[in-house]
Design a protein around this ligand. Sequence first.
Ligand SMILES: Cc1cc2nc3c(=O)[nH]c(=O)nc-3n(C[C@H](O)[C@H](O)[C@H](O)COP(=O)(O)OP(=O)(O)OC[C@H]3O[C@@H](n4cnc5c(N)ncnc54)[C@H](O)[C@@H]3O)c2cc1C
Length: 583
Amino acid sequence: MPSPIKDIRFTLHDVLNFSDHYAALGLNHQVDADLINMVLDEASRFAQAELEPINAAGDQGCVLADGVVTTPPGFKEAYRKYISTGWAGLCGEAEYGGQALPEAFGFMLEEICCTANMAWTMYPGLSRGCIAALSEHGSAEQKSRFLPRLLTGEWTGTMCLTEPHAGSDVGLARTQASLQADGTYRIAGTKIFISAGEHDMADNIVHLVLARTPDAPGGTRGISMFVVPKINLDGTRNAVKCGNIEEKMGIHGNSTCELLFEDAVGYLVGEENNGMRYMFTMMNAARLAVGLQGVSVAQAAYNRASEYARERLQMRALSGPKAPDKVADPIIWHPDVRRLLLTQRAIIEGGRTLVYYVAQLVERTSHAPDEDSRENAQLQLDFLTPIAKALLTELGFESANLAVQTFGGHGFIREAGVEQYVRDLRITLLYEGTTGIQALDLVGRKMLGNQGAGLQAFGDFMLAVADEAEVEFPDMADKLRGLHEDWARISMEIGGRAMQDPEEVGAASVDYLFYSGYVVLAVFWTKIALAGRQHEHADYGASKVDIARFYFARVLPRTRAHELAMASGAGNLMQVGELAFTA
Ligand SMILES: Cc1cc2nc3c(=O)[nH]c(=O)nc-3n(C[C@H](O)[C@H](O)[C@H](O)COP(=O)(O)OP(=O)(O)OC[C@H]3O[C@@H](n4cnc5c(N)ncnc54)[C@H](O)[C@@H]3O)c2cc1C
């Protein structure tokens, strides 16, 4: 299956102009368009040769026997090749053996690998989160002990938050940490659903564990973070073991483990009771990575659907035969099949542009030369992170479902190779905070919590895009300006209603997230159309303009339904009698 290299290049070079971006950050001596292309090509070669061929086999799942988890055939070998070519350290700090490339390079690698094989890509993906948290919050000693091996990939990482009774509400976690005379802690408790918690691909696994010390305050204010290696620094086995692996709906190739910490040796990261803050370093990066999973797997499903729609012959086109020499026309001639395919394209390419725009924001927050630009990037980043996570997983899932629909009944049959994408993608709407939790974060903290500053920062960018489009696409420019006003008005209305009744926040939240998400994608589809107009290959560029027009005409109007739902208020949810909820 082709990797979406051409479209990724278009997004990076033509739509988002990464060369100018790096020049503005003063990084152009280190990274340029050639390096981007080289990384894309090499990553694609690796993914096509090593990951894609083992994706279907990965569906048979991991096996736990005597505490040892065996990954599906080929997973271990592919991981060995991955680390032998240095991919694990692509964005890591040079001091610890990393190649210190900017964060967007990690997104590129992740996208290409995930399109080929999501379950496999989660193993190195978890390590990247662990590396980010230790780089930012670990002590010098912890960094020098753990980072070098994580960056070679000899060791992998995990994030251990969830407990049986503590899911979205991490503050309910009960895992205990007690300080020992030698300054280490003993960690005791059970974590569940830990991705890559145990496997046979690496020599050691570095668990980042949330736990509470005996006198810690309740809730998230009493959570601390600990590094708990599977193998102790002296080479002995630490007291952490895998009690069970879950039977799941998808991503069978990735082990989802119950981990039992039985007075395991742990090392405090940073200060006690600050664990949630540190974990957010990992979670924010992970949320963007999960949004990218939505786009990547949707792309894999689309690749199959578009190929199939050209080959499958069923019925004649409404306007007369398109393939008169055949028994029927390819289904791609039917308007509804085009709707299916173009909706997928609109989601994938708009979503990809959002992800790489966010990657630029991440890079601006740390590399922009002036304080104002860093602050502006941080505001936009905070505001867009829950949108990117929730919207792109929800729409990515919709997109993969539409790919199955394109296949008709054959899509439901395993042999067609498309239903696995739907099952694999389903988890992305749940982990790293469900859509409901992202929406609460967006409305409560990122919009109302900072008096709309994030919305305003992105709104300024939106108006700049409208100005850019004024001459070539005046209709799109007008639409963006109208949406800019409506978005601000709707946000104010929710704020006003929330002052009367706090339930209004939760009642509006998911619709607000979708509304915002469709508006955000309209901004990026305008940018895509502009880049399409300039493209050296006129046909390729024109196809981007066509999809942009499709997005504005057939997807963006969904905002209206979300607006009406928000305006209806909390009463139709909270004043509903008990009986309406009985089974
Ligand atoms: C395959 C898989 C891999 C995972 N990997 C990891 C991992 O590596 N590390 C880790 O720590 N965890 C991991 N998880 C756990 C995952 O992050 C949680 O399952 C998820 O955060 C939701 O928690 P929960 O399942 O307990 O659901 P709950 O929190 O019980 O939520 C149930 C429902 O209630 C809603 N809800 C809850 N509170 C609110 C609220 N205040 N407002 C509105 N709606 C609300 C939720 O949106 C959801 O719809 C994984 C889970 C799975 C299935």
